[in-house]
Design a protein around this ligand. Structure first.
Ligand code: 5CA
Ligand code: ZN
Length: 412
């Protein structure tokens, strides 16, 4: 499907140092600096409701990765999916008496607008599950032939992945079996389904049911894909047998990224599927995770309709570290608006501190696992001194503005 439209990114002098990112699998910060092109797959929306600030924060996190990679001289190959067929989408469409395809198209279009407003650079490929179904069916069949999957012994036509075909299962999340068993049903899994070999076996293909959309699956029979295989197949199809970064919010650590890695590794024979599994913290409201099911959502489109500057929304979201679960408050937005005002006034001051030292300072902080609070502090110091008339570089302001624009996506 169509991706969204990006902005021009100012060219900065010199290059960023290699990016280092926290990898959930290794539980530590390691270089994410491949030789040659850098590849990233990010888990995108299930389009049954509008983009909320949690989605925005996660997309901004991976936008920063793309910006830092580009600044370090990498050709970036970035793919993001849209889960445009899944149970939550069908349930919402049913509740509202709407065609699920219309719902998905409308919310995906709104998401694209929100991404553009937030100055998030687009992925090279924005791919729907529906358009990937023939490829997914083919890979499910391959897993069946390889004895890594099995059909349930009933009339449903449902196919499951056999987790015993993934000897390293658990390496990505580092969860104990007990933790996995607890979380699996909370995140779409069906541990009690009769006939499964292991309660943790994830669904690969759901056989056609009356009243549900289905697609021809060739030898699989009609049905629709499971969630984890969707992301594995889209990533493998466009990025090769491994990726440098597999990204999403930390609600996807298990089972989603564990299972999609297990599927991909079994299909390709190469492990690990991702050099880094990178997870953004959850944005909450009033102490709870912001989620569609809880209904405690602040929509990007609502803020835009209220004429809130999207740059201030972006700045508010990056004022905390990407890995930290954090809470959205009105005060956070007010502080970001004030900060943006100060930076804009500082960029218009007659002189400021050295622009190249500022650029080096921001690069240094972002290369260190996207330390945005640190980068913002470097900008605050520059702005404070420019506003106090305590610096004498009259040519520094354009580099101050270009650095914020190119590396943080903050357009003054
Ligand atoms: N379509 C799947 C991924 S394949 C999905 O999780 N969709 S979603 O619409 O629920 O979320 C889209 C992205 O936003 C995912 O990367 C998810 O991890 C992230 N996300 C969801 N809720 C939040 C939140 N409250 N804070 C931060 N990120 C979130
Ligand atoms: Zn995904």
């Amino acid at each position: 499907m169509d991706t969204w439209v990006g902005h021009e990114v100012p060219r900065l002098p010199g290059r960023s140092e290699p990016l280092r990112l926290f990898d959930s699998a290794r539980q530590g910060v390691h270089p994410a600096d491949p030789d040659g092109p850098a590849t990233m797959y990010v888990c995108g929306i299930t389009p049954y409701d509008a983009t909320h600030l949690g989605h925005a924060a996660t997309m901004i996190t991976f936008d920063l990765v793309q910006r830092m990679w580009r600044d370090a001289g990498h050709d970036v190959r970035y793919v993001q999916n849209v889960t445009d067929i899944d149970d939550p989408l069908l349930e919402r469409a049913e509740r509202d008496g709407e065609d699920w395809k219309v719902l998905a198209m409308r919310e995906t279009a709104l998401f694209r607008e929100d991404m553009e407003a937030l100055r998030i650079l687009p992925p090279a490929h924005y791919v729907g599950a529906v358009e990937s179904i023939p490829e997914i069916a083919e890979k499910v069949l391959a897993l069946l032939k390889d004895d890594a999957a099995y059909r349930l012994d009933d009339e449903t036509g449902d196919v499951y992945f056999d987790v015993s075909a993934a000897p390293r299962f658990g390496y990505e999340s580092n969860f104990s079996r007990q933790q996995m068993l607890k979380i699996f049903p909370e995140r779409g899994g069906d541990p009690t389904r009769v006939g499964k070999r292991d309660p943790l076996d994830p669904l690969l293909w759901r056989g056609a049911r009356a009243g549900e959309p289905s697609w021809p699956g060739g030898d699989l029979g009609p049905g629709r894909p499971g969630w984890h295989i969707e992301c594995a197949v889209i990533a493998l199809g466009l990025l090769g047998s491994t990726v440098d970064v597999q990204g999403g919010g930390n609600d996807l650590v298990f089972p989603h990224h564990e299972c999609s890695a297990a599927h991909a590794e079994r299909l390709t024979g190469e492990a690990p599927f991702a050099g880094h599994y990178v997870h953004a913290g959850m944005i909450g409201l009033n102490g709870e995770k912001m989620s569609k099911s809880r209904g405690n959502l602040v929509f990007v489109s609502r803020l835009r309709a209220d004429r809130v500057d999207p740059v201030a929304v972006r700045l508010a979201l990056i004022s905390g570290h990407y890995r930290a679960d954090r809470t959205w408050t009105d005060d956070l937005l007010t502080a970001a608006q004030e900060r943006l005002g100060r930076w804009r006034r500082a960029a218009a001051a007659p002189a400021g501190p050295s622009g190249s030292a500022f650029l080096a300072g921001v690069r240094d902080r972002l290369a260190d696992d996207l330390d945005t609070p640190g980068a913002l502090a470097v900008a605050d110091t520059w702005a404070e001194r420019a506003l106090a008339g305590a610096a004498d570089d009259s040519a520094a302001a354009p580099l101050f503005a270009d650095t914020l624009d190119a590396l943080l996506g903050v357009h003054l």
